[in-house]
Design a protein around this ligand. Structure first.
Ligand SMILES: C[S@@+](CC[C@H](N)C(=O)[O-])C[C@H]1O[C@@H](n2cnc3c(N)ncnc32)[C@H](O)[C@@H]1O
Length: 266
C-alpha cells in the first residue's frame, strides 16, 4: 500500500493535514533533539578531536556534545523507524545540527523500498557542510536490524499504528535503546470529545475522496481513517509503552489532540 502511494505521499500528507503535518514533524524533531542535547557530556570537551560546529549551544557546551557525541564519547546514534520518505530524519538532521549534535549518526529504516528510494534521493541533495546526512536502509520494525542497546534516540512518526503486532514493535524499540535512551513517537490520536463527530466524519467521508483526487488511491486512505479511529487514545498508548518496559511515558497533544507526541524513556 505504501509503495502505491510513495510518489505522492508527501504532497498528500500536507494536503490532508491542512498543512499541519510539517508542524507536527517539527515538534517531534524538537522533542528528540532536546533529549539528544541532554545526553552529551561537557566533561569530554577537552579530549574530543571533533572540530567545533558553530551552531546554537556549541558556544556554551563541550565539543564532544557539540559534535553529537554521547557521554561515552561515541557519536550519538539516532534511528528513525518507519521513516518513509525521510521527513522526520531530515527534520532531525536540522534540529540536531542546530542544537549542537551535528555529529549524530541518523539511520532511517523502513520495509518499503519505494519509500526509501525517495528518502535516498532527498539525502543526495543535502549539500550543507554541517548537516548530518541520514543513512537509509531496509528494516522491519517488528524485527529491527539493530543490536541491543545501540541507540540513544529512536523516533517514529505514523508508524506504530500500522504495526501488525504493536506490542512486539514497542518491545523492539525498547530493546534497541540504550539505558536512559528515549523513544519519541508521533501518532494520530483521539481528539477532544467535542471535535470527534466532525473529525470522524472527515476521516470516513471526506478524506478518502480528497485523497483519491490527490493520489488516485482511495482505498489506502480509507485504511488511514479506519486505522486512526481504531488507535488508542494517548493515555492508553502511554500505558502500552510502560507495558513494553519503559520506565516513563509522557505525552503532549497538539492541535486539539488530533495527534499525540509521546516520549518514553528506557
Ligand atoms: C504513514 S508512513 C510514515 C512515514 C514517515 N515516518 C513520515 O512521517 O512521513 C508509514 C511508514 O511506515 C512504514 N512501515 C509500516 N510498518 C512497518 C514495519 N513493520 N517496518 C518498517 N516500516 C514499516 C511504511 O512502509 C511507511 O513508509
Amino acid at each position: 500500500m505504501f509503495a502505491r502511494v510513495a510518489r505522492r505521499y508527501d504532497f498528500a500528507n500536507l494536503l490532508l493535514s491542512g498543512g499541519f503535518s510539517k508542524h507536527w514533524t517539527a515538534r517531534l524533531a524538537d522533542s528528540a533533539a532536546k533529549s539528544a542535547a541532554g545526553s552529551g557530556s561537557p566533561a569530554l570537551s577537552t579530549t574530543s578531536a571533533v572540530p567545533p560546529v558553530h551552531h546554537g549551544r556549541c558556544a556554551t557546551t563541550g565539543a564532544a556534545e557539540a559534535a553529537g557525541a554521547t557521554a561515552a564519547g561515541a557519536p550519538l546514534s539516532v534511528a528513525d523507524l518507519a521513516t518513509g520518505s525521510g521527513d522526520v530524519a531530515f527534520a532531525l538532521a536540522e534540529r540536531l545540527a542546530a542544537t549542537g549534535s551535528a555529529g549524530a549518526r541518523i539511520t532511517g529504516l523502513d520495509f518499503c523500498e519505494p519509500m526509501l528510494a525517495i528518502a535516498r534521493e532527498r539525502a543526495q541533495s543535502i549539500s550543507h557542510p554541517t548537516l548530518p546526512v541520514p543513512h537509509f536502509a531496509l528494516g522491519d520494525c517488528l524485527d529491527l536490524p539493530l543490536p541491543d542497546a545501540s541507540q540513544d534516540i529512536v523516533t517514529i512518526a505514523y508508524g506504530v499504528r500500522n504495526f501488525q503486532d504493536r506490542a512486539r514493535g514497542l518491545r523492539e524499540i525498547f530493546r534497541v535503546l540504550k539505558p536512559g535512551g528515549s523513544a519519541h513517537i508521533l501518532e494520530f490520536s483521539q481528539p477532544r470529545r467535542w471535535l470527534r463527530p466532525f473529525y470522524y466524519f472527515y476521516l470516513r467521508a471526506l478524506l478518502p475522496l480528497i485523497a483519491r483526487a490527490a493520489t488516485g488511491d482511495k482505498s489506502a486512505y480509507q485504511y488511514l481513517g479506519a486505522s486512526i479511529s481504531a488507535f488508542p487514545d494517548a493515555p492508553a498508548f502511554a500505558a502500552e509503552l510502560r507495558a513494553a518496559g519503559f520506565a516513563t511515558a509522557t505525552f503532549t497533544r497538539p492541535t486539539l489532540g488530533i495527534v499525540a507526541i509521546h516520549k518514553a524513556v528506557k
